[in-house]
Design a protein around this ligand. Structure first.
Ligand code: PBG
Length: 328
């Protein structure tokens, strides 16, 4: 036997020397939910360990993220009132806008990424304006992208360093880039959810954000899990329209897509390890069926091995600790 691969697995030191995949806390992004109100810190039942904060308590979440070594956060908002046009998304005093102003003031060194979508703000729970009535209504693309652009400008004006459109309307990246530039917000970057599938793994998020569609589903705008090559088309379109970074979502079930996008993308690629992936590990760990730390470290490592430059995960603070302790 000439080749004995086990020689390079013999000790912890040699394994550490030859490992191909290395993670750093600077690649982590921590998603945080903010809701309207005051003095609120409430548990999210479907996502044990995650909470909703009001704009005044939100800095506590930032503080604990920063203390854990995570400097990048992604914000989602829950408005007090929803309407057909999702006006809370682009209200000057919208909940995420308030949180951004507060957060930026207290933690200027942190990177604030704001999700851009209407589904948390619309009474019907869809990601855009509806055309038609009842169960046959569809999301109307072109008027929606105007509102998304308005949302992005409003979030950037409130302090978002990066805006992240997650709606999957066609042409929204171009509309957002154009509107940002026209408002003098040329330094605001766009992280596009370029490759976002219509996934069952968003289940817990919809409870967290109260954004489940009141009828139908999102298959008319999010991607079909059966399709791989279409990911390239989505990525190319967003790059042509000015995306600075692209994302593949969800994480683990889409490693093949992540790899394909990474091989073709000239810009940084993110992977979003979504709510369902988080909650599955939490539930199994709570039952003693798997070791949470090892499972999370393995999942994160595999996403980076497959191509993630940026890792968006609800386990970001824990992961940062484990990275510091040399577990990854
Ligand atoms: C909003 C949005 C969703 C997620 C991120 N942005 C929900 C959806 O598309 O239904 C999901 C995130 C997660 O599951 O963690 N459009």
């Amino acid at each position: 036997m000439l080749m004995r691969p086990r020689r390079l697995r013999r000790t912890a030191a040699i394994r550490a020397m030859v490992r191909e995949t290395r993670l750093g806390a600077s690649m982590l992004v921590y998603p945080i939910f903010v809701r309207e109100g005051r003095g609120i810190v409430e548990d999210i039942a479907a996502m044990p360990g995650q909470k909703r904060y009001s704009p005044d308590t939100f800095p506590r979440a930032l503080e604990s993220a920063a203390n854990a070594g995570v400097d990048n956060v992604l914000l989602f908002g829950l408005p007090e009132r929803k309407d057909e046009r999702g006006s809370g998304a682009y209200a000057e005093n919208g909940v995420v806008q308030q949180a951004l102003r507060e957060g930026k003031k207290r933690f200027p060194q942190m990177l604030f990424i704001a999700d851009v979508c209407l589904c948390e703000y619309t009474s019907h729970g869809h990601c855009g304006l509806l055309k038609g009535t009842g169960a046959s209504a569809v999301v109307d693309n072109d008027p929606t992208i105007e509102l998304l652009a308005q949302t992005a400008v409003s979030l950037a004006q409130a302090g978002a360093d990066v805006v992240a459109p997650s709606d999957m309307m066609d042409g929204r990246v171009g509309a957002i880039r154009g509107a940002l530039d026209a408002s003098g917000l040329t330094d605001t970057a766009v992280l596009s959810y370029a490759v976002k599938y219509a996934s069952a793994f968003y289940g817990p998020f919809r409870e967290a954000a109260g954004s489940a569609p009141s009828f139908g589903d999102r298959r008319g705008y999010q991607m079909d899990p059966r399709n791989g090559r279409e990911a390239i088309r989505e990525m190319e379109l967003d790059l042509e329209e000015g995306a600075d970074m692209v994302m593949v979502k969800p994480g683990l079930p889409y490693l093949d897509i992540l790899r394909m996008v990474k091989e073709r993308s000239p810009v940084p690629v993110g992977s979003y390890c979504v709510s369902g992936e988080y909650s599955m590990i939490k539930a199994a760990a709570a039952n003693g069926w798997l070791d949470e730390e090892r499972a999370v470290c393995e999942a994160a490592t595999c996403l980076v091995r497959a191509g993630a430059d940026i890792l968006i995960t609800y386990h970001a603070p824990e992961l940062a600790g484990w990275i510091r302790e040399g577990k990854l």
